[in-house]
Write a protein that binds this ligand. Structure first.
Ligand code: ATP
Ligand code: MG
Length: 202
């Protein structure tokens, strides 16, 4: 095919693509807060949620973050929010919740306590974005009542968005969410015996 023909074909295909995108943009007329679920086995769920936190903070919008599992290692995002954005409502489930020493009754109590913080945010129309980091595990383990969680998210203020992260979590939360991304684990450096990196993994 001549270069001229290639150019023409490319131009036509781009025009068609642009028309499709413009049409979809024109069709999207509803404005409201979203529920976003970031799930799957691959790396990138919490860091994506914190990316949206930064986007919102860039517009001076109020955000709240509840972390349902506290890592052993202090993470960069915790340091950043605590030191540079003390105005952010930031709560961490403060137990030594770990995968191998789960004390069911104290974990349930801690999950319920953290949920009261989440509910407070989900009732507050001044909060533009609520991040419920690792919430799915609280549902999978049945530490929190699913219907209570769904009801609070459903009845949140109209303009408020909620980002939920974590693997699994059941089908009800997927159905409720407007956007669901499943991050697939293709490979992870850790399995090649490479140590977790500051600023990248925590
Ligand atoms: P991140 O916080 O980096 O976005 P995540 O929220 O998707 O990761 P989590 O299950 O919360 O994943 O685990 C957080 C930590 O575990 C990070 O240090 C991350 O690099 C690591 N991790 C995530 N996925 C995997 C995986 N598939 N294999 C090994 N380590 C992983
Ligand atoms: Mg995470």
């Amino acid at each position: 095919m001549s270069e001229e023909k290639k150019e023409l074909r490319h131009k036509k295909s781009m025009e068609k693509q642009k028309a499709n995108v413009d049409h979809s943009i024109a069709e999207a007329t509803e404005e409201r807060g979203l529920v976003i679920l970031l799930t799957g086995d691959g790396k990138g769920k919490s860091s994506s949620a914190f990316g949206m936190a930064i986007r919102s903070l860039g517009y001076n919008l109020k955000i709240g973050i509840i972390q349902f599992i506290k890592g052993v290692q202090l993470s960069g995002e915790e340091i950043f929010i605590r030191d540079k954005h003390p105005e952010v409502y930031f709560h961490q489930m403060g137990t030594g919740f770990t995968w191998d020493t789960q004390d069911r009754s104290s974990d349930i109590k801690a999950a319920e306590d953290s949920w009261t913080h989440a509910e407070k945010l989900l009732c507050d129309p001044s909060i533009y974005l609520v991040i419920l980091d690792e919430l799915t595990y609280m549902l999978s383990f049945k530490y929190l009542d699913e219907e209570k969680v769904l009801a609070a998210i459903r009845s949140r203020p109209h303009e408020q968005s909620v980002v939920i992260t974590g693997r699994g979590g059941g089908s009800a939360i997927r159905e409720l969410a407007d956007t669901v991304s499943e991050i697939k684990d293709i490979k992870h450096a850790f399995h090649a015996k490479i140590k977790a990196r500051k600023g990248i993994d925590y």
